[in-house]
Design a protein around this ligand. Structure first.
Ligand SMILES: Cc1ncc(COP(=O)(O)O)c(C=O)c1O
Length: 396
């Protein structure tokens, strides 16, 4: 039978990147004691009040069909959240989606198609290439340099732009690097976007998990308002990824045009999830603060746990749920080190190469496990790094 080309375009973008994680899960299933630091899922539960609100809404019959934009209360709560950042935001700027991932998918369908280029930093979040290719477009990678903390630079963006480019897909705070773009960097990047008439799609799902530095966004710059769309969700901010509740906020003309796309895809969101999201956005909930403290502390544990190993360098994250460590000093690539770590030390981490070429010397370590587990993982990483460095020196 014949299949549409989207199935081939996405074929290699799925499980290949997760081969090590999949292997670790297999080993675990067969009884091996593996420390799993591969994926980032909040290890705190969502606030009890959110679960209560969800149940209250269900019991009150809030399970009927909704509409394409979203339930009035959640649309208004999202508009209010962004109005605190830019005064002109109204309900007309908001579209609800089941999570940032779906928002990204729909937004990309609305902005790019076959032949178009989408600029995106390398390293990048694992699903971005699929989102771009699903729309028929192709990624145009902007190198994010390790020695510049993986912050996107104006000149690197400028050099990467081709005449086909229509969209810049930004991610701040960034996964996997934890980089948080500064206001000055956003201004410089925005200038390039304006000059080349690019849309800016900004994935801000880690907005509330900034440990150091100040969050900044092109959305907050009135000069970039006509070309910027934010996508985000309550997955990270409220430790509620399974609820699948997110949104896109952009120019009214954009949301007007995207509404039929969203309606065609989804036919609306679940009202009880919408009520819970509205509650989350309009009440003081301290989950994000607790995660900031916890993940920031665990990142420091990694710095402390590995600082005595000369062959390994930790890049302290500015935000998010991950820390990157550079293992080039051991003589191994990130990929080779990660597989050896799994086989010899029973620790599963993501090789940086799963996220692009610029992070190939790095490992990405999830901060969503207990402090003691992180400390034990560091001991094992240190042991492998020392073993490999000694073997290398002996051979030299
Ligand atoms: C950068 C980034 N964007 C989007 C997502 C997906 O978020 P959501 O659960 O809102 O779909 C993730 C999840 O890890 C992420 O790291």
């Amino acid at each position: 039978m014949r299949y549409a080309s989207i199935t081939s375009r996405l074929a290699d973008l799925g499980s290949g990147k997760w081969a090590l994680h999949i292997r670790a899960r297999q080993l675990k299933a067969s009884g091996a004691d593996i420390i799993e630091l591969t994926i980032g899922e909040p290890d705190l539960p969502p606030d009890r009040a959110l679960l209560d609100e969800c149940q209250r809404a269900m019991n009150a019959g809030r399970y009927r069909y909704s509409n394409g934009r979203g339930e009035a209360a959640v649309v208004s709560a999202i508009a209010e959240k962004y109005r605190r950042r830019r005064a002109d935001v109204t309900a007309k700027n908001v579209l609800c989606f089941p999570g940032t991932q779906t928002a990204l998918f729909a937004v990309m369908l609305g902005l790019a198609e076959a032949g178009d280029g989408v600029l995106v930093g390398d390293p990048l979040y694992a699903t971005y290439e699929g989102v771009i290719r699903a729309a028929g477009a192709h990624p145009v990678f902007v190198p994010l340099k390790p020695d510049l903390g993986f912050h996107m630079q104006r000149e690197h963006l400028e050099r990467s732009v081709t005449p086909e480019c229509r969209v810049l897909l930004l991610n701040t705070p960034h996964n996997p690097t934890g980089a948080v773009l500064t206001a000055a960097e956003i201004t410089a990047i925005g200038e390039v976007a304006r000059r080349h008439d690019l849309w800016i799609v900004c994935d801000e799902v880690y907005e509330e998990l900034v440990f150091s530095g100040t969050f900044a966004s092109p959305f907050d710059d009135p000069d970039l308002a006509e070309r910027t769309i934010v996508v985000s969700s309550i997955s990270k901010s409220h430790a509620a990824p399974g609820f699948r509740s997110g949104w896109a906020v952009g120019p009214a003309e954009f949301t007007r045009r995207l509404l039929p796309v969203s309606e065609t895809m989804l036919f609306g969101q679940q009202p009880f999830i919408a009520d819970m999201t509205a509650y989350a956005l309009t009440h003081e909930i301290d989950t994000a603060r607790r995660m900031r403290e916890t993940y920031g502390r665990r990142a420091r544990r990694i710095v402390d746990g590995l600082s005595h190993i000369p062959a390994v360098a930790v890049l302290p994250p500015e935000a998010g749920m991950f820390a990157l460590i550079d293992v080039a000093g051991t003589g191994l690539s990130g990929e080779a080190f990660a597989w050896a770590l799994l086989e010899e030390e029973r620790v599963a981490v993501m090789p940086g190469s799963s996220f692009g070429t610029q992070a190939k010397d790095f490992l990405r370590i999830s901060l969503t496990v207990a402090d003691e587990t992180i400390e034990e993982a560091c001991r094992r990483i240190a042991a492998l790094a020392e073993r490999r460095t000694t073997t290398r020196k002996r051979r030299a």
